[in-house]
Design a protein around this ligand. Structure first.
Ligand SMILES: Cc1cc2nc3c(=O)[nH]c(=O)nc-3n(C[C@H](O)[C@H](O)[C@H](O)COP(=O)(O)OP(=O)(O)OC[C@H]3O[C@@H](n4cnc5c(N)ncnc54)[C@H](O)[C@@H]3O)c2cc1C
Length: 371
């Protein structure tokens, strides 16, 4: 029911509005309007508790809803995904006062949060974070630069991963209104409707009570929410791959060459069958992984498998969809061109394909390739 009602809302109302807006940057008021409309259908809210305005329906339901939004627009799906994951980190580790203050707004899509881990010299090696927070009385003073931060331009809140001691990585929640930071957007090959940004923290003073968990909890907390985030990355790939397949099916039934519909040519039929099978395989991996998360079972390797397989799958499937469109596929008139550009980004955030494979192989052999 949740999937059917959000599909109807997207088809009849939201997607036409998003298409009319085009691929250009979605300013915050509009992104907030769309995100909170989607939250009423379970986006962000599905996995969170009723006391915060959530629906208490679990992460699997959220993935199903998220697939539908990704099918229509990744740009609009992404800020809510970050909110859902950021809210989970706050739920797990913040004080009751912080939870009370921020969770209802985040779950309703009225506030936006960003997760700031990456830095110019810190990507795959998360443990190398350099941004530093130094205690000064009742405050932390943060200095450093974050990059590639999703929702950065929209963010009311930044969950800043920073070093609070030589071997101590912690999370500090930075409220932008109280503790301002500078944001500069980054232009990319796709997904420019939403924000990916650099964030500069210069003597940024944050109340000591904004520490999430204990000093030194940062890495452990990050790894736990990475499991959830990676399942969502799998799902965003599945959403765009399924859209590409639907577009390819429609086109192959419409266009004729050599006296028959494209769909009737065996090499095209092979492509369509392979695309559909790979999408389903990816979806089953993602559903298994998130079901383990819902059951509170450690699922690092299963989430890593789902993430790498689905994101690489999306590149192949969108590329085949474009090929089936022939010359039309490379024009802006057909959506597959955009899907190909979006798909190529998928294997990078939340741990690249190479890193996911190292996680899977570590689970298989017990031998770690990195710390
Ligand atoms: C659209 C987008 C959104 C993002 N959103 C966020 C966000 O919200 N918050 C955030 O903190 N970050 C975010 N990121 C950053 C993302 O998590 C990093 O880009 C990613 O972890 C890779 O880091 P890097 O780009 O520095 O690449 P590097 O770590 O420099 O890696 C470069 C290449 O080397 C490979 N490599 C690295 N180490 C190894 C190894 N040990 N063995 C084999 N190969 C290796 C990588 O797989 C990659 O192919 C985002 C990135 C993108 C593109």
């Amino acid at each position: 029911m949740a999937v059917e009602s959000i599909r109807r809302f997207l088809d009849e109302k939201l997607e036409p509005e998003i298409r009319a807006h085009g691929e250009c940057f979605i300013e915050r008021p509009l992104m907030q309007k769309w995100t909170s409309e989607l939250a009423a259908f379970g986006h962000i809210s599905a996995p969170h508790r009723e006391e915060w305005g959530g629906l208490d329906m679990g992460w699997l339901t959220h993935l199903l809803i998220f697939e539908e939004i990704a099918y229509s627009s990744l740009d609009v799906a992404i800020p809510g995904f970050i909110n859902a994951v950021g809210a989970e980190l706050i739920r797990r580790s913040a004080s009751p006062e912080i939870q009370q203050r921020y969770l209802p707004g985040l779950v309703a899509g009225e506030l936006f949060v960003s997760m700031g881990i990456s830095e110019p010299d810190v990507g795959s090696d998360v443990a190398a974070v350099r941004t530093r927070a130094i205690r000064d009385g009742d405050y932390w003073v943060i200095n450093g630069e974050k990059t590639w931060i999703t929702s950065g331009a929209y963010s009311d809140l930044l969950i800043c991963t920073c070093r609070t001691g030589e071997k101590e990585i912690s999370h500090i929640l930075v409220d932008r209104a109280e503790s301002p930071y500078e944001v500069r957007d980054i232009e990319k090959m796709a997904l420019n409707g939403q924000s990916t940004a650099q964030i500069f923290l210069t003597d940024c003073r944050v109340p000591a009570s904004n520490m999430l968990g204990q000093p030194g909890d940062g890495l452990r907390n990050t790894l736990k929410v990475f499991e959830i985030a990676r399942c969502h990355m799998a799902m965003w790939s599945i959403g765009i791959a399924r859209r590409a397949l639907d577009e390819a099916i429609a086109y192959s039934k419409e266009r004729s060459q050599h006296g028959r519909k494209l769909a009737g040519h065996q090499l095209i039929a092979d492509k369509l069958a392979t695309m559909a099978t790979r999408i389903d395989a990816a979806r089953l991996l993602a559903h298994r992984a998130i079901s383990l998360v819902d059951a509170d079972v450690r699922a690092e390797a299963e989430c890593a498998m789902a993430k790498w397989y689905a994101t690489e799958m999306a590149i192949g499937v969108t590329r085949d969809a474009l090929q089936i469109h022939g010359g039309n596929g490379v024009t802006r008139e057909f959506i597959v061109e955009r899907l190909v550009r979006e798909a190529i980004i998928c294997p990078i955030p939340d741990g690249t394909t190479e890193i996911q494979k190292l996680i899977v192989s570590r689970a298989l052999t017990g031998v770690a390739a990195f710390r």
